[in-house]
Structure formats: structure tokens, C-alpha cells
Design a binder for this molecule. Structure first.
Ligand SMILES: O=P(O)(O)OC[C@H]1O[C@H](OP(=O)(O)OP(=O)(O)O)[C@H](O)[C@@H]1O
Ligand SMILES: Nc1ncnc2[nH]cnc12
Length: 170
């Protein structure tokens, strides 16, 4: 193992609900070497994809998406939990590993046509599929999604409508 695969990870069993093995992505953010490795690896692994804009998922996706957008020199918008976005917003309810949730986007802020959705963790895929649904509703092409971690338990249980790049299966 080397590179991003060698970063020591921290898990919390039964957080935030019984049965969940929660990966704390803070263990990537809190070390500058790990953080740079994460963003540089994500940049390399998505370099071939033709996206011109990023949708950043609230909240742990924000830092990752912002860093990738900066490195790629493109814009990004935030998909937020309900009631946080001013002006016109559209929303969707969905299921994720530990229960239901809602996200919103401001259509006017999606200032690109081919969008990459960026988050920290892929589990059931409910979050990225909800985001893709909102983007398609406003006529955007979803090029794919990218996340640092893939919760392997869900690999055979999810149906994804887009290619997803993940850096490490856990
Ligand atoms: O593939 P899924 O089953 O949808 O799970 C993945 C999502 O779950 C977490 O979000 P959470 O809603 O807990 O948000 P947070 O970043 O605000 O903690 C994580 O950050 C992903 O967005
Ligand atoms: N197991 C998990 N760890 C961290 N974030 C998550 N989001 C959904 N499932 C998760």
C-alpha cells in the first residue's frame, strides 16, 4: 500500500446510528500531507473527465469540492441542507445510509453544463443520486461523481446512474 491507500483511517462504530461504521474524514483533513495526497490523487483520477463545473455536497463535500475546483480552475456551487440557500432553490428528499435527508440547489448558481458531483463518502449512493436528479431537472449533464471513500458494504446494493470515481474502498 502506498499513497492515499496508506493513510491511517479512523472509524466510529454505531455512529450516528446503531450498525453504522462511520469513517471520520477529519482524519484526512487534519494532516497537511494526507490532505494534499487526497486532493492531488482526486485531481489525477478525474483529470480525464470532461466537466466544466462542480456541485459540492453539504457539508463534508465542500472542502474537497472547493479544493478540486481550485486546482482545476473551474467554478462550483453548494448543494445544501434545507433552508440555507437564498433566492430560488429546488429541493429533493432522499434516503442515505443513516436515514432520510433533503438537499437543495440554486439553479442559477450552476454556471456550467457538464457537472461533476463531489462528496467525501459514497455509501448507498442516495446522496449523489439525489443531487444528479436535481441537476438533470434543470437541464445539466451529470458527467459523474467523485468521493474519497467507498463504503464497500453497499457496492452490490446500490444502483447508480452515473460513473463514480472513488479513491479508496473501506
Ligand atoms: O451514499 P449515501 O448513503 O447517501 O451517504 C453518503 C452521504 O452521507 C454523508 O452525508 P451527511 O448527510 O451525513 O452530511 P454531512 O456531510 O453534513 O455530515 C456523506 O457526507 C455523504 O454525503
Ligand atoms: N459509514 C459512513 N461513514 C461516514 N459517512 C457516511 N455517510 C454515509 N455513510 C457513512
Amino acid at each position: 500500500m502506498s499513497g492515499f491507500d496508506a493513510i491511517p483511517l479512523e472509524f466510529f462504530q454505531d455512529y450516528p446510528a446503531p450498525g453504522v461504521n462511520f469513517i471520520d474524514v477529519g482524519c484526512v483533513f487534519d494532516d497537511p500531507v494526507h490532505w494534499q495526497l487526497a486532493i492531488d490523487t482526486l485531481y489525477e483520477r478525474t483529470a480525464h473527465l470532461h466537466f466544466d463545473f462542480i456541485l459540492a455536497m453539504d457539508a463534508r463535500g465542500f472542502m474537497i469540492a472547493g479544493a478540486l475546483a481550485y486546482k482545476r480552475a473551474i467554478g462550483f456551487a453548494m448543494a445544501r441542507k434545507p433552508g440555507k440557500l437564498p433566492g430560488e432553490a429546488i429541493s429533493i428528499d432522499y434516503q442515505r445510509e443513516y436515514g432520510s435527508a433533503t438537499i437543495e440547489i440554486q439553479p442559477a448558481r450552476i454556471k456550467g453544463e457538464r457537472v461533476l458531483i463531489v462528496d467525501d463518502v459514497l455509501a448507498t449512493g442516495g446522496t449523489i443520486e439525489a443531487a444528479a436528479s436535481l441537476l438533470r431537472q434543470v437541464g445539466k449533464e451529470v458527467v459523474g461523481a467523485a468521493a474519497l471513500f467507498d463504503i464497500g458494504f453497499f457496492e452490490d446494493k446500490r444502483t447508480l446512474t452515473m460513473p463514480v470515481t472513488t479513491l479508496r474502498k473501506v
